[in-house]
Design a binder for this molecule. Structure first.
Ligand code: ACO
Length: 378
């Protein structure tokens, strides 16, 4: 009897592996919804903390719930002395994503309830990570600039406090708003590579810190979250807006992937891009600076060339990368900022995975050597 060859789905492209109630891309309208709400409406009308509550608990918070959420999140922001010391011991040569990965692993090692996978315990750990990750990212950026960390300010919202911890001041509300919009847009995106990584680790009944540590590793790669940083390197490499087309032709001829373009799910444009591009345009307009205008012109020229040459549209990382640069963040901090947001989606998925767990263990079609004898074996 002959068996037919199994169908291979490289990269799991097109494979539906489970159900989720957290978010979906609605193909017909090319839109993304979190728990049923269009993400562009959430970004326009709600704070990032409200979105975090929605992702974790399934509903937007009422006033009392939001007050409680703020109080608990703000109280958890400070890092203890041991963690701050650990951060200063890491080599300057390591990437800020390595710092974040190490910090989350360390939080797990320090937590005596690390292996308690109950819903209540995991909700507490999720909030702890949401609160502490910005403190780590800000302290690390300051250390690389030769500056002492600035403690969190419990009087400030999540986005404002991050600016305060990075720069010692909070920019005008329009800049904070653009940043908050990026956090909401980055928060969740169904079974993307890092979220799926978190779900795979969780499916073995490992702990939440291990799942998040692994997810950070997956997000770091330039085909995923690392692209927002790579966009900035690419724009710096091109430099002159007049060079954009020639640079692109050369890059495509040498089979380079153009960072910040393309998407596994969206083939006609990432639904999150228009709102982020609008936020970026506002940052450019308020800067009124020739250098910023040059960057924005180059950004637009490359986008135009890529769409006309290849029909491939930008993804969220394309406008977010330049927006973070204009907000004053150092380029290596861009992907860690993505983590500060996506921690909400990852942990919502960890909870969902545990609620209906099945070990994730796919099959492979073997095409290595046939069975053979080990030399010397009888
Ligand atoms: N630059 C050049 N060509 C591209 C790009 C790109 N950015 N994206 C897709 N293509 C081309 C591929 O070369 C391929 O062409 P071919 O059929 O002639 O070989 C075709 O489009 C299909 O691309 P795949 O890589 O097979 O599509 P896939 O769904 O696997 O890839 C991915 C999606 C990895 C995001 C890809 O578009 C890419 O590498 N983009 C650049 C990195 C990036 O921006 N990542 C961020 C993703 S979004 C996020 O994480 C927030």
């Amino acid at each position: 009897m002959t068996t037919s060859a199994p169908e291979i789905h490289r990269g799991l492209a097109g494979v539906v592996v489970d159900t989720t109630e957290i978010s979906t891309v609605v193909q017909e309208t090319n839109s993304l919804t979190y728990r049923g709400y269009p993400v562009q409406d959430l970004a326009a009308r709600r704070s990032f903390e409200e979105v975090a509550h929605l992702l974790w608990y399934g509903e937007l918070p009422d006033d009392g719930q939001l007050r409680d959420f703020h109080a608990r999140e703000r109280a958890l922001r400070p890092l203890d002395r041991t963690t701050l010391e650990l951060l200063t011991r890491l080599p300057d040569t390591c990437h800020p994503m390595d710092v974040l990965r190490t910090a989350v692993s360390f939080f797990g090692a320090e937590d005596p309830t690390e292996d308690d996978g109950s819903l209540a315990a995991n909700r507490g750990k999720s909030l702890t990570l949401l609160a502490k990750l910005p403190t780590v990212v800000a302290a690390d950026q300051r250390r690389r600039r030769g500056l002492a960390p600035i403690p969190p300010d419990p009087g400030l919202g999540y986005a404002e406090n991050f600016f305060h911890m990075c720069f010692g001041s909070v920019p005008d509300p329009e800049v904070v708003r653009c940043f908050e919009i990026s956090l909401t847009l980055y928060a969740e995106h169904s079974f993307n590579a890092s979220t799926f990584t978190a779900r795979v680790v969780t499916s073995t009944l490992s702990d939440l810190y291990s799942a998040v540590t692994a997810a950070i590793g997956a997000l770091k790669g330039p085909l995923h979250g690392g692209a927002n940083e790579a966009v900035m390197h690419m724009l710096n490499e091109i430099g002159d807006p007049q060079r954009a087309e020639a640079w692109l032709d050369e890059a495509l001829a040498s089979k380079r992937k153009i960072m910040g373009f393309g998407h596994r799910v969206y083939k006609h444009g990432d639904s999150r891009v228009p709102i982020m591009q609008d936020a970026l345009d506002r940052l450019v307009a308020r800067a009124a600076d020739p250098e910023v205008t040059r960057m924005a012109t180059l950004h637009a020229a490359l986008r135009h060339a890529m769409i006309s040459r290849k029909g491939i549209h930008p993804n969220l990382d394309y406008p977010a990368g330049l927006a973070y640069h204009l907000m004053g963040f150092d380029t290596p901090a861009f992907t860690p900022i993505f983590v500060m947001s996506r921690i909400t989606g990852w942990t919502a998925h960890i909870t969902e995975q545990l609620a209906h767990n099945a070990l994730i263990r796919p099959l492979a079609s073997y095409d290595g050597p046939g069975q053979r004898a080990v030399p010397g074996a009888a």
